[in-house]
Each structure stands twice: as structure tokens, then as C-alpha cells.
Ligand binder design. Structure first.
Ligand code: SF4
Length: 255
């Protein structure tokens, strides 16, 4: 292993059950090129050390930490999820990390915005068992406004992964009044038909738990965001919409 290879992480969550199948260790890498107005993890956006526990780590140290829960992964069908931020902002670290996990026989998931160069995305294919790939906004103009990055390259990367037989779960954050317009819901519903090889489409209703982090960072919560969490009625509405549209692959999560 490249023992001295270093990366910047913001956190490690052991025994997570919300970051992919089974029981997982989720490793959150620092740095993200997007600026989604609803981001729950604004502390991960900048490549800063010392904020909210962000720190430099050696790859060997993180891999050793992940190996501690091998028994849990094995009984639950779990593994390790590399998340962020955007893990592909630290491409060398992420690629080596994936490689080392595979060497240890651990299931790997990469949680990504999809905003990365094709060369890097292609290199992940060999060592990634599952992609948790964001699909946030359908209208290209709104996508640029709400995330500060264009949509096209992201969709191209998604198509590239699917053409190359990658396992992909699409993850769609829905924020009432921001990106839950009928057009976007229709487009999400259409993804299952357009890409039959998608493993699943997860709908992630917005919650306000990240707001406190903005305050701690001295930043303002975007004024377009709802005051509180998505209501149960709204979650039921999303569920009904996707059932009506016959979307067997769509799973609407509770907040
Ligand atoms: S891609 Fe994820 S981490 Fe990056 S700004 Fe958007 S929500 Fe936050």
C-alpha cells in the first residue's frame, strides 16, 4: 500500500445503515466543487483542515479503521462507503482507498455528485461495487443556479457508468418549493425506464438538521429553503406520485 498517501477527511461513521446496503463504515472526504443551496454538510465543501474535525489522515490508518468492522460487513452485506463532500475532489486518495478496500475483500460504494473528469470516473470502475449517484435538478439552468455547477457533464458521467455496467443507485434530494416541481418528479420517474440497469432510485426528502452547521460556520441558510423538515404529508405525496407512475425502483425515504 502507498502507506504515506494522505487525504483530508471530515469524519468517519462506523455502523452506518443509511449510506448504502448493510452495515457500513462511511468515510467523509473533505472538498466539493458544488455549492448546493440545501447542502447538509457545508463544512465539507472547502478543503480546510481543523474545521468540524476535518483532518489529514494516512490511507493506511483509514483502511485499518474500516477493517475493524469486517465481521459486520460480512453478516449484513455491507461494506465501506466513500462520501463527502465530493470524494473525487481527492482522486488519488479515493482511487487508492477503493483499491485497498477491494484487496481486503470489502464491498465498496462511492457516493458522488458525478461532477468529475471522465478520466477519473473511468478509473473508479475497477474498484467500485456500487455508485450512489446524485440526481438533483432536471432543468439545466436551475441546476446551475442551485448547485453552481452545470448538469451536462454529470449526466454524461452517469450514462458512461451505466453503459459500462456499473451498479448505480440514483439519489435524489427533494426540497419542497426548490427542486420538487412536477417536471423534476416526472424526470426522476422516467429515469427508471430510461436506464433499466439502475439498481434503485432513492428519494431523500430534505431535513433541516444541517442548518445549525451554517450558523456555526458564520454562513446564512439560503432563504429559498423551507423553514422546517419536509412534512409527512409531502412525503406521502411523493410516495403516491411514484406509485401512480408505476416506478417500482423508486424508494421514498423518511427524512
Ligand atoms: S454535492 Fe453534496 S457535499 Fe457537495 S455541495 Fe452538494 S450536497 Fe453538499
Amino acid at each position: 500500500m502507498s502507506d504515506n498517501l494522505k487525504g483530508i477527511i471530515s469524519d468517519i461513521h462506523r455502523t452506518s445503515v443509511v449510506d448504502g446496503p448493510g452495515i457500513r463504515t462511511a468515510v467523509f472526504l473533505q472538498g466539493c466543487p458544488l455549492r448546493c443551496i440545501w447542502c447538509h454538510n457545508p463544512e465539507t465543501q472547502q478543503m480546510k483542515i481543523g474545521q468540524f474535525g476535518s483532518r489529514v489522515v494516512e490511507l493506511s490508518e483509514v483502511v485499518a479503521e474500516c477493517k475493524k468492522d469486517l465481521a459486520y460487513y460480512n453478516v449484513s452485506g455491507g461494506g465501506v462507503t466513500i462520501s463527502g463532500g465530493e470524494p473525487l475532489m481527492q482522486p488519488l486518495f479515493t482511487l487508492k482507498f477503493l483499491q485497498e478496500l477491494k484487496k481486503a475483500g470489502i464491498h465498496t460504494a462511492l457516493d458522488t455528485s458525478g461532477y468529475a473528469s471522465r478520466t477519473i470516473v473511468e478509473k473508479t470502475l475497477l474498484f467500485t461495487d456500487l455508485y450512489l449517484f446524485d440526481y438533483k435538478v432536471t432543468d439545466p439552468l436551475s441546476h446551475s443556479e442551485l448547485t453552481k455547477r452545470p448538469l451536462k457533464g454529470i449526466l454524461d458521467n452517469l450514462e458512461f457508468l451505466l453503459k459500462n455496467k456499473a451498479s448505480v443507485i440514483l439519489r435524489c434530494p427533494l426540497v419542497p418549493g426548490v427542486n420538487d416541481q412536477e417536471e423534476h418528479l416526472q424526470a426522476i420517474a422516467g429515469m427508471g425506464n430510461k436506464y433499466p440497469s439502475l439498481v434503485q432510485v432513492d428519494i431523500l426528502p430534505w431535513h433541516s438538521m444541517g442548518n445549525v452547521k451554517y450558523i456555526k460556520l458564520g454562513r446564512k441558510v439560503d432563504s429559498h429553503l423551507p423553514r422546517g423538515n419536509v412534512s409527512k404529508q409531502m412525503i406521502d405525496h411523493y410516495r403516491a406520485f411514484f406509485i401512480e407512475h408505476g416506478c417500482s425502483k423508486v424508494v421514498v425515504r423518511d427524512r
